[in-house]
Design a protein around this ligand. Structure first.
Ligand SMILES: NC(=O)c1ccc[n+]([C@@H]2O[C@H](COP(=O)([O-])OP(=O)(O)OC[C@H]3O[C@@H](n4cnc5c(N)ncnc54)[C@H](O)[C@@H]3O)[C@@H](O)[C@H]2O)c1
Length: 269
């Protein structure tokens, strides 16, 4: 993976990436590792994560930690965070990428699918955010006499919204509701985690060329590309490069509580 920041920008840091088995999460994990981060890979399928681990280690980046977990399973999330802390001694940042879609118009949407989509996006984001605070950053804050952690250590949470949170999308009442809630949760988390001097932001991509778009088809992808000002849909690297900038204190040390539209100008707000 090509570097977009200086060499070793994240050396000595540990970043947790959910949804790291494919698509954007896999690209994010590779990009952070290419800048020296030890990455903890979270996804449902441990076998797939071992492939990603080997792929990243094969580039000469630090060997990632495999921490398979269903992000909706509270105990599994606790264990994934604990495993990461055991392996690397610290967590500097979490990128909450894992997601699913179950598109259907409201009249035909099953309650099971509605709950599943909310659970993966919103509950999963909450659980990882809580666990890194509960197991790691809050104890540091207490050790520091309940004073803000002005220790110069990079800490961040990066959440995933979507352009459809603001623009709406037919068939996605669950997905758009989850993404809107994630944007609101990002602002509250930023306020609370200011005590840890953690920066908390979200990005809202437009369409990205990943398996999530598999059902859209070539004509649909061309049409979506034509609806942008850049003239194409995003590749995963368009997103992971921006994530690197947000994860880095030098580029984004004064940025928190924000939602960034990374949509090629498809929606302007
Ligand atoms: N692709 C797009 O067009 C697009 C646009 C805007 C936002 N996003 C957001 O970007 C993120 C990544 O999307 P993508 O396109 O890479 O999707 P993807 O389907 O390619 O990958 C999602 C990954 O999340 C994992 N996952 C799903 N449920 C999980 C669970 N319960 N526990 C752990 N892992 C789970 C999947 O196994 C998969 O590896 C999602 O939050 C998505 O909503 C995507």
């Amino acid at each position: 993976m090509e570097r977009v920041l200086r060499e070793g920008a994240f050396t000595g840091q540990t970043h947790v990436v959910t949804g790291a088995g494919q698509g954007i999460g896999r690209s994010v994990a590779g990009a952070l590792a290419a800048h020296g981060a030890s990455v903890a890979l979270v996804d449902l399928d441990e076998g797939r994560l071992k492939e990603v681990q080997a792929e990243i280690a094969g580039t000469g980046a630090p060997e990632p930690v495999v921490a398979a977990a269903n992000v909706t399973d509270e105990d599994a999330v606790k264990a994934a965070v604990a495993t990461t802390l055991e392996a690397t001694g610290q967590i500097n940042g979490v990128v909450n990428v894992a997601g699913v879609t179950r598109d259907a118009r409201i009249a035909k949407k099953s309650y099971e699918d509605f709950k599943l989509v909310l659970a993966v996006h919103l509950h999963g984001t909450f659980l990882f955010t809580r666990e890194v605070a509960a197991q790691h950053w809050h104890p540091l804050f207490k050790e520091n006499g309940n004073q803000p952690l002005d220790d110069g250590v990079n800490r961040f949470i990066l959440n995933f919204s979507s352009v459809s949170a603001r623009n709406g999308n037919i068939g996605q009442i669950d997905y758009t509701a989850a993404k809107g809630a994630i944007e609101a949760a990002t602002r509250t988390t930023a306020r609370e985690f200011s005590s840890y001097r953690a920066r908390v932001n979200a990005i809202a991509p437009g369409p990205v060329n990943t398996p999530m778009l598999a059902e859209v088809g070539e004509a649909g992808i061309r049409a979506m590309g034509a609806a942008t000002l850049v003239g194409r849909i995003a590749e995963p690297e368009d997103i992971s490069n921006f994530i690197c900038a947000l994860a880095d204190r030098r580029t984004s040390g004064y940025v928190t509580g924000q939602v960034f539209q990374v949509n090629g100008g498809m929606y302007l707000a």
